[in-house]
Design a protein around this ligand. Sequence first.
Ligand code: MN
Length: 403
Amino acid sequence: MPFLELRPFGVTDAGKVRQNNEDALLVGEGEDETLFVVADGIGGFEAGEVASSLAVAVLKELRPDGSFKAAIAEANRRILAAGHGDEKLSGMGTTVVAIRFGGTQREPTAEVAHVGDSRAYLVRGGEMNPITEDHSLVAELVRSGDLTRDQAAEHPQKNLITRALGADENVDVDTTVLPIEAGDRVLLCSDGLSDMVPEARISEISLNSSEDPERAARSLLAAALDAGGNDNITVIVVDVKEQAPPPRRVRRRREGHPGTSEIQAVEPSVRPQDGRTSPRASPSSTQGSARRHPKTVRSKRRNGFRWALSKLVRGLAIMLFLAIALIPAYLWGSSRYFFAFDGGDVVAYQGLPYAPLGIELNREWRRPGIKESEIKDPYREPIENHKFYTESQAEKVLGDLGS
Ligand code: MN
């Protein structure tokens, strides 16, 4: 049974429309070198950037034997705490999708955790399949049969997520463990890719740029930019390779290994037994956050038991999904504001413009006494589409709405 090696490449880009990049990523520079993270921040001004960076900063400290759920819960607490102390940051949140590799040499595994609509895909045997299910309203409506997948992709509220870090004291994290084999490719991305590029096209690019994670990641980014680049785009591609000649004793110092020497010079692939020497600072590319270095799958820390247990937990999680999903939908929605027309009047609501299963997810917040006919043109379309605002943004809109 060969040892496995990871070849990752990550890239992030603000896109063509947004001024800021509120996405953040971690490409193996943390305490756990096999950990990769994408976080997509939400919030006015620069709050989204703060939230996603906080999530990545906390996960960077996650040790290989630490709990994903505990780390994500800690990130959630830190984001909430930062929001409480600062009006500008209040209401900020972030998605997170993270993968780390482990298991045993005989049964290598990857553990995936996510909250929100940033995604993980597995490319294996000539096809690409999703590892994560979005925590978004449209994804829930697809699961309940109220929307088709195609309708969901076109839906004006497709960006509305039902779970996020920073939304509530408790965060509900989905985790799953999957067996990994040589030849696998894992893709993590923010919705700046998955909303702009059809899944079939993402799959095609991921399959056709074989052998080179950098080429795959850059091609996916280019496809999202070509499609308009309406949002920040983040892509991490991790290739799982069989490690070439594996004499065990030599494995721990592979300087000069043919084919990987250039990369090895940048960053050692394996940490020594007594501690960590991996450099923290990694070279950045012109894209801001692109890195590349091979890593060896750690073989000591997890076993098959954990995999079996996680299957059971996942089964229970699916059974409870619908019931649980509605609660965070409300809590997250309560920090959102939108406008609608009600009998010719403009009304501002707090919450979400939905009532799935008969539960109202919004309440009337303000009724400024402005008629639909008096609305300034630029506000008409956002009101019809129930565009979301933070409280302070909604206040501003209220003050400027009428002609
Ligand atoms: Mn996004």
